[in-house]
Design a protein around this ligand. Structure first.
Ligand code: ZN
Length: 140
């Protein structure tokens, strides 16, 4: 696997409306997109920090993954997402190295990326997302 950069950091918040002003007014970042990912039962808000994005996640359903995360652990960093090459190959590679996968097959995340999660039990407690931008990733 060849990771090129941190694609984004996912942060669980109770409310986008409450959290966005902190990022905009205190940190001076600009929210450039808000998108609902129905598959994951979340509404997301994106900010750019260099090549990396901050992805705020608000649950649309208390039983969704972010809803459950917040009720167990409170607001905070939820996952880290690495941009790497061909996601199918990478998933296969890490699985053969004994890493537990949450997604054996990539699915669609926000911004049209193909994403897949590795299980935090295999990654020293960090929910890890691999992502590939197939539209802009011609080398694969
Ligand atoms: Zn993510």
């Amino acid at each position: 696997m060849e990771i090129t950069h941190i694609e984004h950091i996912g942060i669980a918040v109770d409310s986008l409306d409450e959290a966005i002003p902190y990022y905009e007014e205190i940190l001076g970042l600009k929210c450039y997109a808000i998108e609902e990912v129905t598959d994951q039962k979340v509404k997301t808000a994106f900010f750019k920090v260099g090549q990396t994005k901050i992805e705020l996640l608000e649950t649309t359903d208390p039983e969704g993954p972010i809803g459950k995360f917040i009720s167990k652990r409170g607001q905070g960093i939820h996952h880290i997402a690495f941009a790497s090459g061909n996601i199918e190959e990478n998933l296969h590679e890490v699985e053969t190295k004994g890493i537990r996968l949450i997604d054996k097959v990539p699915r669609k995340g926000a911004e049209g990326l193909d994403i897949a999660f590795l299980h935090p039990k295999s990654t020293f407690g960090v929910l890890t997302e691999l992502c590939e931008d197939k539209k802009n990733n011609q080398q694969t």
